[in-house]
Design a protein around this ligand. Structure first.
Ligand code: 5GP
Length: 120
């Protein structure tokens, strides 16, 4: 079962403009901003605008337009940041074992250094 969406989560507040974030990219479906505690020289978060807790919630309940829009936005953000040539890593935590901290779906984009083994 999916947790109910908490509209007081920090990314909901960023979406509403109640907490500041540098809006690197925004369209009808997605918002991208730098991670506040970067784990690589480039560390961007991309979130869907809809109220989805996790990848599980989003993939089960979002519309085709929302899913297409979000996936395209992740690619656009990486492309616009100039990450395609050197490469990048996408990561989305979902649920308890994953150490997901913020209960609004987000995809991490890591780049700017050699990243090493997957779970290191
Ligand atoms: P998670 O562990 O849920 O996959 O990742 C949550 C990420 O959100 C962390 O990398 C953390 O640094 C980032 N984060 C938490 N609070 C804020 C915030 O207020 N602003 C920004 N830009 N990033 C945040």
């Amino acid at each position: 079962a999916t947790l109910p969406y908490d509209d007081q989560n920090i990314f909901a507040k960023i979406l509403r403009g109640e907490i500041p974030a540098t809006r690197l990219y925004e369209d009808d479906y997605a918002l991208a901003f730098p991670d506040i505690n970067p784990q690589s020289p480039t560390h961007i978060l991309v979130i869907p605008k809809g109220a989805y807790v996790s990848w599980d919630d989003f993939s089960a309940h979002a519309s085709d337009a929302e899913i297409t829009g979000f996936v395209r936005a992740v690619g656009t953000v990486a492309r616009d940041a100039g990450l395609v040539a050197s490469g990048y890593r996408l990561l989305a935590n979902a649920g308890l074992d994953s150490h997901q901290e913020v209960p609004h779906l987000h995809v991490h984009i890591f780049a700017g250094r050699t990243l090493g083994p997957l779970l290191a």
